[in-house]
Design a protein around this ligand. Structure first.
Ligand SMILES: Cc1cc2nc3c(=O)[nH]c(=O)nc-3n(C[C@H](O)[C@H](O)[C@H](O)COP(=O)(O)OP(=O)(O)OC[C@H]3O[C@@H](n4cnc5c(N)ncnc54)[C@H](O)[C@@H]3O)c2cc1C
Ligand code: FES
Ligand code: FES
Length: 1342
């Protein structure tokens, strides 16, 4: 045998043009950690570790000596073992450009289009686009959107990224789609924009003319050495030995078969997209991995008479290219299977996965959700297998998919290639899939369907149907197919077929994955679609064979997911009298934008390792409520490299914190109250060892009663946090007696995971002197971290310095829990005397931290027949989890904001925070308002349905008048609310489009459109005066430069940029003279948490104060030398012994709220807005498309319109996520299933409206705020509900068509499952229903 296992091979690859030789390559080391830790290239980020987020995207280039071509492709560094990189050239974000030499046009445009906020996703975005452009210099929009589908961003809402990327597209690539009957280039539609531009109300956010051109000659060339190696090097099997895994890379088929015979249990790793996640997430570590490299037979493509033979090693991206060519070359009748495969290959995963995942890997893995297997199976594909003993062929059929012994690969066999036959005349193949999100999401159910007819008839000669997502693997409806053979393709057949299929494809009520009734309905809905598709095709083949499709059915076969995006932004223009040097009101780019895009922006885990640094990993509870019987750390401690394991006992009397409830512990000692609660902390000399050891800690539990998980459980057990909050306004009981109608209802709103892209991160460095410690932590609240650390170490706070350079997204999730994690890390650092780093993995982060509170709202509403709401009695329940955290405050804010835009003359509201055995829910953008306002708007929608009036009419009738009073008796001037509403109605052409929607709905039965206009009033207030105080520090140096500090945290919202704008205006100096380094408890003490939309307001005023103090001191000097420079003034001040440093302070907003009386003045001002959204739904699948959204916002006078638009769009899309997409799933035992991007779907590129327009009201005065600006971080989140209500409108239309009238309830999020099940029809009636209580469901609604 030619491979030698007696000596390790040397690994050779290139990174950014530099050679890397690794003598002891460990197969367990992924490229991501190698880049970050070994090569110190920290631009490539960790976001999930499982291929689901794209933060780690790099470009891989390989030379193929056969074709003499170089292939460039994007890939996820988190899934690439370094051992798989032999001969490859890796390009990272640092390799394409940087601020020291030259930035790349891709980096420049993403930054200058304001496509970065926290910047954590930006290097990945840059690399996906860069890789595309290396292959296609002028891509089409379709190619662009496909290339970006594997990248997630939690901040921007994607629109600016799309706009930046579009500048590289073909100039003629307009939307081409005529969405709403209008093309993006149509003059009519852009008229408003143009006329406004002429009026000076609108500007571009960037100057395209200034952009660097894309110049392919400037790119790295492929390293010639690697070409020579590929051409000349002897083809020898390479072997790499790791601590646990041996990696064998055979380079010929013969060697591969020999190795496989020797190690029959070893997996064949191609793309590593199944084996990799299994190793990481399930801890399955094979001792040997076989990874074929460059074996011709595995990559060959042979065109045979009736089809194709494709090497099993071909990537899915290559498969797509091959099939695309076939479809172009062959007559359509021959390419049915190929077209069906292509349909799925477009949406299967992201491009990074498709570029590496292999055809063979997808087939052999036999995932239940494989998109290819159902199609390959119906397409009569065969598998060419080989082993040392010879070759054979087996069919890819139900037996193979079920792993039946005689129809499967033998352990020593490998799959060499796959035969995919052409289809025949009178044969039709279709592909169906429905996923939680249109792109980059595993299917809930998918299907491949094929039918062959007797020539020139509609008589079925052969039919074959496979479904994925139903059982543990792809399943075949075999009996069904046998029974249908010989039948005519008509309505009679359809009815019987649906019954047969449901009988055969059985799905138990407790099936893993849940959504059982939905899946059952998809089984028949897909078949119905197939039925229609085939009818249409038969009709084309021979019009006499079947009747025409009824016109109202045809549209259901059209794909409504366009990949064309348009936007119009209208914002306030700066007064022409304003000095050109004054940056206030101008769309200044985020000051870290370029650094984000080049990967130079430093986040906590990008800090270099300290000498003797340790890593800390947590062990968390696996039970929701249990007594800890024992903790056995012995196995963990035995592992080499493990230093210590901390338990609650080690913390003894410092295991709590003064702000917590009495029995709350940092680390659980006796009892656990939630899955994910911290139980131990393991310290080791590497992250890998710490995590490995954490898995070895054995904890014995004894379950305890009661187990309270859901809001209903809490109500039943009376399990609430104190106090209950209540407000009563007017005379509710009396009002109910006089109203025309009364309606009662409830709505449940699911929780939301923050899913900031940078997971919880901290690095604690003990100084060894005076017990001082530096805590580098990704938090919104450094003071809290400082306090908990000081408390756990029993040192005064002045010994603990917390530093935050920037945070990779937070949204409320990096406040309290971060402090606890930092404190335990500090305890470990103190105990060992070593620096300790703790970076949570994505799954741990989601498990431990909690998120937005799930809500249950119950209401009784009394109204008049003309739509006036006279009385509302409402109760909010929030699921708070096991720790109090901010739950009462969330409840309070939810109650105070529940009126949204409406004056309700008689209102009684109560709010209760439920104490449950779930991770503690906490602050999240909007802080109770998104749930509270949805409850109210849902109630209004029901009033509309009940009274038969249009919802917008009910909204208008009940809206606040210009001067009015809220139910807590605060005065309100709502004129801008009304202006936003009217302007949005005009800009969106609401009534005209509503008429078009109605018209569409009349003509279409299975597709429906909906439109909704939702107003928003978001009050700004922080709960106390003290919560609004802010401090700032400004130093002027003798060279005239200025260093600024304030207590706001830069977490993507651009607060540092705005603050520099403020200082620039106040001191009258250019922005580039001013620097801001970060936030630290050392420079500004006792700072509040950054949040509540007011960070720029408060800190801006503190900075203004500091600047004014300095100016006052310098006034005599400046007056004496008015044309002097800052350098001269500073020098003169120094000479005169005048201090050039000043602190500034803002004491906070006035606040007054008496909860006893239920009245006060809790808010400083209100932000107003309105959104109009239009959607289209597919009633058969529950799929939907966001067609268009128009937002009009009252921003006061914007300090930076680019950043403000970014906040509005980002919040809106996050809101769309809450209300339509993001779903946390818990087991009945309280175990969270949705632990990463694979299971928990945040909005992606495909979720932004095809047309997305944002405009500001003209500037208006706002009392008490900085330059009359308004805080915009949270408010627009709720406008995402316009999509929810547009969906509601579409569902209503569907229900009316089907004869359902009256009020119905839709809970949030409105996922495809809920949409489909609400569109009840003959198919949902057919499906078997399980009696609640007769089974244990897979998941529960918390
Ligand atoms: C984020 C993400 C999203 C995804 N989304 C989708 C999706 O939407 N739809 C979908 O269908 N799939 C999806 N997948 C699954 C993906 O398509 C498969 O993981 C992939 O096709 C497997 O190919 P691979 O080369 O990476 O396999 P590997 O992980 O390298 O290997 C997988 C298995 O196949 C075996 N194997 C591989 N090649 C051979 C061979 N030639 N002979 C014998 N055995 C072999 C290995 O032994 C191993 O057991 C997704 C995966 C990820 C990580
Ligand atoms: S970190 Fe690699 S895809 Fe998320
Ligand atoms: S900017 Fe994209 S995740 Fe923050």
């Amino acid at each position: 045998m030619s491979f030698a296992l007696n000596g390790p091979s040397e690994l050779l690859f290139y990174v950014n043009g530099r050679k890397v030789l690794e003598k002891n390559a460990d197969p367990e080391i992924m490229l991501l950690s190698y880049l970050r830790k070994k090569l110190h290239l920290t631009g490539t980020k960790y976001g999930c570790g499982g291929g689901g987020c794209g933060a780690c995207t790099v470009m891989i280039s390989r030379y193929d000596p056969g074709t003499k071509k170089i292939r460039h492709y994007s890939a996820n560094a988190c899934l690439l073992s370094i051992c798989s990189l032999y001969g490859a050239a890796v390009t990272t974000v640092e390799g394409i450009g940087n601020t020291k030499t030259r930035i790349h046009p891709v980096q420049e445009r993403i930054a200058k289009f304001h496509g970065t906020q926290c910047g954590f996703c930006s290097p990945g975005m840059v690399m996906s686009l860069y890789s595309l452009l290396r292959n296609i210099s002028k891509p089409s929009m379709d190619q662009l959107m496909e290339a970006l589908a594997g990248n997630l961003c939690r901040c921007t809402g994607y629109r600016p990224i799309v706009d930046a990327c579009k500048t590289f597209c073909k100039a003629t690539d307009c939307c081409q789609s005529k969405q709403n009957g209008i093309c993006c280039l149509d003059q009519e539609e852009n008229k408003l924009l143009n006329s406004e531009q002429e009026n000076g109300a609108c500007e571009k956010l960037f100057q395209e003319e200034e952009f660097l051109p894309l110049d392919p000659t400037q790119e790295f060339i492929f390293p010639p050495e690697l070409m020579i190696v590929a051409e000349k090097e002897l083809k020898r099997t390479r072997v790499f030995y790791g601590e646990r895994i041996t990696w064998i890379s055979p380079v010929t088929l013969r060697d591969l078969l020999e190795v496989k015979a020797k190690y029959p249990d070893a997996p064949i790793v191609m793309g590593n997209t199944t084996v990799g996640p299994d190793m990481k997430l399930k801890g399955i570590f094979p001792s040997v991995i076989i990874s074929p490299d460059g074996i011709a037979e595995l990559n060959a493509v042979n065109y045979i008479d009736n089809g194709l033979t494709i090497g099993a090693g071909c990537s899915l991206a290559q498969l797509k290219d091959i099939l695309t060519n076939m479809v172009l070359e062959l007559p359509e009748e021959k390419t049915q299977t190929y077209q069906a495969l292509l349909k799925h290959l477009k949406t299967l995963a992201g491009s990074q996965i498709r570029n590496v995942a292999s055809l063979g890997g997808n087939i052999i893995s036999r995932h239940s959700t494989s998109d290819l297997n159902p199609l390959l199976a119906v397409g009569n594909c065969t598998l060419n297998l080989a082993s040392k003993d010879g070759k054979r062929q087996i069919p890819l059929n139900d037996q193979f998919l079920m792993r039946a012994r005689n129809s499967d690969l033998k352990p020593e066999e490998i799959l060499v290639s796959v035969n995919i036959p052409c289809s025949r005349k009178w044969e039709f193949v279709s592909a169906f899939r429905q996923a939680p999100r249109q792109q980059n999401a595993l299917a809930i159910v998918n299907s491949g369907m094929r039918v062959l007819f007797e020539e020139n008839t509609n008589i079925i000669r052969d039919i074959c149907i496979f479904y994925g997502g139903i059982g543990s693997t792809t399943v075949c409806a075999k009996k069904f197919c046998q029974k249908l053979t010989g039948r005519a393709w008509n309505e009679d057949m359809l009815g019987e077929a649906c019954r047969l299929i449901l009988d055969e494809i059985f799905l138990p009520a407790s099936a893993p994955g849940g959504m059982v009734e939905y899946k059952r309905s998809l089984i028949v809905s897909f078949f119905f679609k197939f039925y229609l598709e085939v009818l249409q095709n038969l009709k084309i083949m021979n019009p006499s064979l079947c009747p025409c499709l009824p016109p109202e059915c045809g549209s259901v076969l059209e794909d409504f997911h366009s990949k064309h995006y348009e936007s119009v932004l209208r914002y306030q223009k700066v007064d022409t009298k304003q000095s050109p040097q004054d940056p206030i009101g101008r769309p200044i780019m985020h000051l870290s934008g370029i650094n984000h895009a080049t990967g130079e922006a430093i986040y906590c885990d990008d800090m270099p390792a300290y000498d003797q640094e340790l890593f800390l990993a947590f062990v968390t509870s696996s039970r929701a409520h249990a007594k800890i019987v024992s903790i056995d750390t012995s196995e963990a401690l035995k592992l080499p490299g493990v230093v210590d394991v901390l338990t609650g006992k080690d913390l003894q009397d410092v295991n709590s914190f003064r702000d917590f409830l009495e029995n709350e512990e940092l680390i659980a000692t006796e009892e656990v109250f939630s899955v994910g609660q911290l139980v131990c902390a393991v310290m080791a000399d590497s992250d890998v060892k710490a995590k490995l050891a954490a898995r070895l800690v054995k904890i014995e539990y004894c379950d305890l009663e009661p187990l309270i998980l859901t809001i209903e459980d809490a109500i039943q057990h009376n399990s609430f946090y104190e106090p209950e909050r209540k407000i009563e306004y007017g005379d509710v009981d009396e009002a109910f007696k006089t109203v025309d109608q009364i309606l009662e209802g409830e709505i449940h709103i699911g929780g939301q995971e923050h899913f900031y892209m940078e997971t919880q991160s901290m690095l604690v460095v003990p100084y060894g002197e005076h017990k001082e410690m530096d805590v580098y932590v990704s938090t919104q609240h450094p003071k809290l971290a400082q306090d908990i650390v000081a408390s756990i170490l029993r040192v005064p706070s002045n010994k603990i310095m917390c530093h935050v350079k920037r945070v990779g997204g937070a949204f409320g999730g990096k406040v309290s829990t971060t402090g606890i994690l930092a404190a335990i890390t500090a305890f470990a650092a103190n105990r060992t005397g070593c620096p300790v780093r703790c970076i949570l993995e994505r799954g741990e982060d989601i498990l431990i931290t909690g998120g937005r509170h799930p809500y249950l709202g119950k209401y009784k509403v009394g109204f008049m027949n003309d739509g006036r709401i006279m009385a509302l009695d409402i109760v909010h329940y929030a699921n708070g989890g096991f720790r109090l955290d901010e739950s009462i405050f969330v409840i309070e804010m939810g109650l105070l904001k529940l009126d949204n835009a409406y004056k309700i003359p008689n209102l009684r509201c109560r709010g209760l925070a439920c104490k449950t055995n779930l991770p503690s829910n906490t602050a999240f953008r909007g802080f109770g308002y998104p749930q509270a306002a949805l409850i109210t708007e849902s109630c209004i929608t029901k009033v509309a349905a009940q009274s038969g009036l249009p919802p917008e009419k009910i909204r208008m009738i009940n809206m606040y008048k210009e001067m009015d009073e809220t139910f807590y008796k605060q005065e309100i001037n709502a004129s801008n609310l009304i202006k936003c509403w009217n302007e949005c109605m005009a800009i969106s052409s609401y009534y005209a489009r509503k008429a078009m929607v109605d018209d569409f709905n009349k003509k279409n039965y299975w597709k429906k459109k909906g439109i909704a206009l939702i107003p928003m009033k978001f009050p700004i207030g922080l709960g106390s005066v003290a919560a609004g105080q802010a401090g700032a520090l400004v130093h002027i140096y003798l060279d005239g430069s200025v260093l600024v500090t304030h207590c706001g945290i830069e977490m993507g919202q651009g607060v540092h940029t705005k603050m520099i704008q403020v200082v620039s205006r106040e001191l009258g100096m250019p922005m580039d003279n001013i620097h801001l380094r970060g936030t630290s408890t050392e420079t500004i003490p006792n700072a509040n948490a950054s949040g509540g939309s007011a960070v720029a307001d408060l800190n801006g005023m503190a900075l203004q104060d500091a600047c004014q103090i300095l100016l006052k001191r310098l006034k005599p000097i400046i007056s004496k030398n008015p044309h002097g420079t800052w350098k001269e003034w500073a020098q003169e001040a120094f000479n005169q012994s005048i201090s050039l440093s000043a602190t500034g302070y803002f004491r906070g907003y006035e606040y007054e709220m008496d909860w006893g009386k239920g009245e006060g003045h809790p808010f400083t001002y209100f932000v107003y807005g309105t959104a109009c959204s239009e959607v289209e739904i597919d009633c058969l699948t529950g799929d939907h498309k966001n067609i268009r959204t128009d937002i009009v916002m009252d921003v006061g006078c914007s300090i930076n319109p680019a950043l403000d638009i970014g906040q509005i769009e980002g919040a809106f899309i996050q809101g769309v996520g809450l209300y339509t997409l993001e779903e946390l799933k818990y087991s009945p035992e309280g175990i969270l299933y949705t632990l990463g991007p694979e299971q928990y779907k945040i909005p992606s590129f495909c979720d932004i409206p095809s047309e997305f327009n944002v405009s500001f009201l003209p500037p208006s005065e706002v009392a008490h705020t900085l330059y009359s600006s308004k805080g915009l971080g949270e408010s627009a989140f709720f406008l995402g509900s316009s999509v929810f209500f547009a969906l509601h409108d579409a569902i209503l239309a569907a229900r009316q068509d089907r004869g359902f009238s009256g009020v119905f309830t839709l809970n949030s999020p409105l996922t495809p499952e809920k949409i489909r099940m609400a569109c009840e029809d003959k198919f949902t009636k057919m499906i078997p229903k399980d009696e609640p209580g007769s089974y244990v469901p897979w998941n529960i609604c918390i």
